[in-house]
Design a protein around this ligand. Structure first.
Ligand code: DHB
Ligand code: FE
Length: 285
């Protein structure tokens, strides 16, 4: 059977992608940020999965206001990098896993979560920036990826509790797949940031670090945090953090297993307008 071995959490700031693409990672502004992901890249070399189930949000790139799926699973064989206004990022195509994705769609929909099935999807910085942070800049991505989009851009957005419950359903789906695959689940986006209006530039380090503490230690309680608290404390785009609860809900302890091992924790401000947070949690057998 397939197994979820670990979960990874990371912000997805587009300027990180631009720094990589324009060769600016050695500049003083960026050095501390990339340094925080060095242990992660090493860990990834030592713990490479077959498949990453990558929870992220499209930013009105592939899904415009014409269609707004709350939850959408990418079932295609390939996903090209999207053009977000400056041409597609020079990163490899993402290779999907249509068989596992179809199985997850079947299982999760039968568990009463109405997923949208997407066969035609271009992936934006929400997906490609975390890939660079964890894998660097290889010629081809060394894993297959199932993109899983969550609407956190256009209201109404899903609650933390629904995301946490969805993670549990995704875990049951993956563990019922009849092939011995090593699967990681990633939750991306966040942390505190607001890109618009009078509070543009808002960062809340204390709230972010408490979020990291609680995500590790008491995710079910954290899942009860209301939408309005995210917006008030973490800014209008801080709501991206509900995606981390999907990945956390898929970990073994939530289903009665052992607590995960904290492999790495990193927090850095600033990166563009955003507080960057990052965790790696391993399931222990
Ligand atoms: C920024 C952060 C985001 O999450 C995003 O989607 C776009 C921009 C920023 O910090 O600039
Ligand atoms: Fe974003």
């Amino acid at each position: 059977h397939a197994r979820i071995t670990a979960s990874v959490y990371s912000s997805h700031v587009p300027a990180i992608g631009a720094a990589i693409d324009m060769g600016k990672t050695e500049e003083p502004y960026w050095v501390p940020l990339f340094k925080g992901f060095e242990p992660s890249k090493q860990w990834m070399k030592d713990n490479r999965p077959d498949v990453v189930f990558l929870v992220y949000n499209d930013h009105a790139t592939s899904f415009d206001l014409g269609v707004i799926p709350t939850f959408a699973i990418g079932t295609a064989a390939e996903f090209e990098p999207a053009d977000e206004g400056y041409g597609p990022r020079p990163v490899p195509k993402v290779k999907g896993h249509p068989e596992l994705a179809s199985h997850i769609a079947q299982s999760v929909i039968q568990q009463d979560f109405d997923l949208t099935i997407v066969n035609d999807l271009k992936v934006d910085h929400g997906l490609t920036v975390p890939m660079n942070l964890m894998f660097g800049s290889p010629d081809a991505w060394p894993v297959q990826v199932i993109p899983f989009h969550v609407n956190v851009v256009q209201y109404p957005v899903p609650s933390g509790q629904r995301c946490f419950a969805l993670g549990q359903a995704i875990r049951r789906a993956i563990e019922s797949y009849d092939q011995p695959l090593n699967v990681q689940i990633w939750g991306t986006g966040g942390m505190s940031h607001q890109l618009q209006g009078p509070r543009a530039g808002l960062i809340n380090k204390d709230w972010d670090n408490r979020f990291l503490d609680r995500l590790i230690a008491e995710p079910a309680e954290l899942a009860k945090v209301s939408h309005i608290e995210y917006v008030r404390e973490a800014g209008s785009e801080g709501i991206e953090l509900v995606m981390w609860l999907i990945a956390r809900g898929a970990m073994a302890d939530v289903a009665g297993g052992k607590p995960p091992k904290l492999v790495h924790r990193f927090f850095h401000v600033p990166a563009s307008n955003t507080a960057v947070g990052h965790l790696i949690l391993e399931n222990t057998l």
